[in-house]
Design a protein around this ligand. Structure first.
Ligand SMILES: [Mg+2]
Length: 312
């Protein structure tokens, strides 16, 4: 059965990390968006989502079917009257941000990551409004360099541990992407996004499908499983394109079948009705011998006795 809604992770699911959507992906995504609501959940901030994702969708895409959850679902945007509007916003306050930045300062020193790597691409610590994100090689590092930086996750796990000693429990600290550690308010996660998505659309969580590349334990998509949403693991955007095309084909087949067979069914019904009508006319125009005999015998039959009350 085709899900009533598909929700996607962005990096390494819909697009290579921080890279724009390919034309093939943009087209496949937009085609499915014609039929059902789709959602995108990412650790990135809304401007990044606009640049990496929205600007590459075909112009005729049904944007009012789309739900965007930037900064690990600390915010939700929907499209109304020609513009993107906030449905909710759990941005960090100035005091919360200051506490997080101080904790990063000390923790990076503790785990030996305070010194800048040989090459860095952009800021290493980024304020994403609802989330503070550390990216080991800077937020614009190329994918191969990012993949080589912390393949066993040891650097990020050590940093996460050091941060958790310094920050109160009302913050959530998660490793994300291939070089990053994300901090949001506790309770703000893609799982929160899934429950909000269900409330906004009225579609039960069990009728959705979440698609992500990091659904394994410890991955930044795994948290959605808490909600009971069915999940589909992909290795990369190529797998996701296949899933989108298959989903679209199912709608297309339904359409095709109904378009192809509906006229046949209507014609068959019309023939049947007309046929029955014609037979009826013939029958009524030429009464059968039994009818004649019956009618004749009725004309000559004795009148039926009139039964009076109390006779039986
Ligand atoms: Mg991902």
């Amino acid at each position: 059965m085709v899900p009533k809604l598909l929700a996607f992770d962005l990096d390494d699911t819909l697009a290579e990390s921080k890279q724009p959507l390919t034309d093939e992906m943009a087209h496949a995504f937009s085609s499915v968006l014609d039929h059902i609501p789709l959602a995108v959940m990412t650790g990135g901030a809304f401007p990044q989502l606009k640049k990496q994702f929205l600007s590459n969708l075909p112009g005729q895409s049904k944007l009012d079917h789309l739900y965007l959850f930037p900064t690990s679902a600390a915010q939700c945007y929907t499209y109304k009257d020609g513009d993107w509007r906030l449905q909710y916003d759990h941005s960090l306050t100035a005091d919360e941000k200051a506490a997080i930045l101080a904790a990063f300062d000390e923790s990076l020193k503790e785990v030996g990551l305070a010194e800048l790597p040989h090459e860095v691409w952009g800021d290493r610590i980024e304020d994403r409004v609802g989330q503070i994100t550390f990216s080991g090689l800077g937020q614009f590092a190329p994918v191969p360099a990012k993949r080589a930086w912390d393949p066993d996750k040891k650097k990020r796990d050590a940093l996460r541990e050091a941060l958790s000693k310094r920050l109160p429990k009302d913050f959530s600290i998660k490793t994300g992407g291939s070089t990053s550690v994300d901090i949001t308010r506790e309770g703000i996660s893609k799982a929160y996004g899934i429950t909000q998505l269900s409330e906004l659309t009225g579609i039960p969580v069990r009728d959705m499908l979440y698609v992500g590349d990091a659904l394994q334990d410890g991955g930044n998509d795994a948290v959605v499983k808490e909600t009971g949403v069915p999940t589909f693991a992909v290795k990369n955007p190529d797998d996701t394109v296949v899933l989108l095309k298959k989903t679209w084909a199912e709608f297309h087949i339904d359409d095709h079948v109904s378009k192809k067979f509906l006229p046949l069914v209507v014609t068959a019904l019309a023939v049947a009705i007309l046929g029955a009508g014609t037979i009826g006319i013939i029958i009524s125009a030429e009464p059968s011998p039994e009818t004649i005999v019956k009618e004749t015998s009725q004309q000559h039959a004795a009148p039926a006795p009139i039964l009076k009350k109390g006779y039986r």
